[in-house]
Design a binder for this molecule. Structure first.
Ligand code: AMP
Length: 298
């Protein structure tokens, strides 16, 4: 069995770099009877990520955060090379938040040269929105998450509602693979002005940040329409272009109201319909979403 590094001192989280170490650690935790919480991330951690850690700590005796900028979920021309990487700051934040272990594998340990497996979750709802805008993205997500689930074993896995299609994907994946993984969905954490926290917000210049508020502005406008009794989904959709722009460099990619179970567009909006929006602000692509009529909506 591979040796698992012990905590460097007192309460510092255990830092792991390869899958065999992680497997050994989680096996030991399970022998001790611990329920394990897994929080997969790509790092450059913000309060949104830390809210998943908090949710995991509330339900689990041991919590592990993975940090891996997964090349397979970035398309050609996307921001893999420039994606923010802040390993030291992330470790400090996770130390403060009381996680038990941090898994920071290298690309080579996840995808050795001979790697030939790809996992595809064949859900109709994944062909739309992010699936359509980012070909291959969900296959990259499914492959890396399946690998994580295999290595960690039975656990609770925490994901953010902000990536609503990703949550649908991991729920299906977890159920289909029978690995004893239960998926938890956590609400979106926002800045005071409504902007959903995202590692990509770091790219936004000052002027751009103002335009980025268009996403949450449209979600709030939808909540107001619903409260005023408007049920025609077309009215919500038609409001989006004026709500996010027009502004130089700002492109609305999609804004739709969908059935949350399968991401199909709805004609009539109900409580619990999902608003989904993606906007490009300069070179930054941002997404946001909310359930209509939900208490936690922006
Ligand atoms: P990422 O590092 O962007 O891959 O995100 C890792 C996890 O954090 C995913 O499950 C995201 O949905 C979740 N997440 C990202 N932003 C937020 C946020 N603002 N609030 C809550 N969860 C978030």
């Amino acid at each position: 069995m591979p040796e698992v590094p012990s905590p460097q001192e007192g309460t510092l989280p255990i830092l792991l770099g390869d899958p065999a170490q992680l497997r050994a650690l989680t096996a030991r935790w399970r022998c001790e009877g611990a329920r394990i919480g897994l929080v997969p991330t790509m790092g450059a951690l913000h309060q949104g990520h830390l809210s998943l850690v908090e949710a995991a700590r509330a339900e689990c005796q041991k919590v592990i955060v993975s940090i891996f900028v997964n090349p397979r979920q970035f398309g050609p021309g996307e921001d893999f090379a420039s994606y923010p990487r802040r390993p030291e700051r992330d470790r400090e934040r996770l130390h403060q938040s009381g996680v038990d272990a941090i898994y920071m594998p290298t690309v080579d340990s996840i995808y050795p040269a001979a790697f030939a497996t790809s996992v595809r979750v064949d859900l109709e709802g994944l062909r739309r929105f992010e699936g359509a805008a980012r070909p291959g993205h969900f296959q990259g997500v499914a492959t890396v998450v399946a690998k994580l689930f295999c290595v960690v074993g039975p656990c609770l896995a925490f994901f953010g509602e902000k990536d609503a299609q990703q949550v649908a994907l991991v729920r299906r994946l977890a159920a289909d693979l029978d690995g004893g993984v239960e998926v938890r969905e956590c609400p979106t954490v926002r800045e005071a002005d409504g902007l959903a926290m995202s590692s990509r917000n770091e790219y936004l210049g000052e002027g751009e940040r103002r335009y980025a508020l268009g996403l949450s502005r449209w979600l709030r406008a939808g909540q107001r329409l619903f409260a005023a009794g408007e049920r025609d989904a077309e009215v919500y959709r038609r409001l989006a272009p004026a709500t996010v722009g027009p502004a130089p460099g700002v492109t609305l990619e999609y804004a739709d109201v969908v059935d949350p179970s399968d991401f199909s567009s709805v004609a009539m909006v109900d409580r619990g319909s999902r608003m989904m929006i993606a906007v490009r602000v300069g070179r930054v692509r941002l997404i946001d979403t909310a359930l209509v009529g939900a208490a936690a909506a922006p």
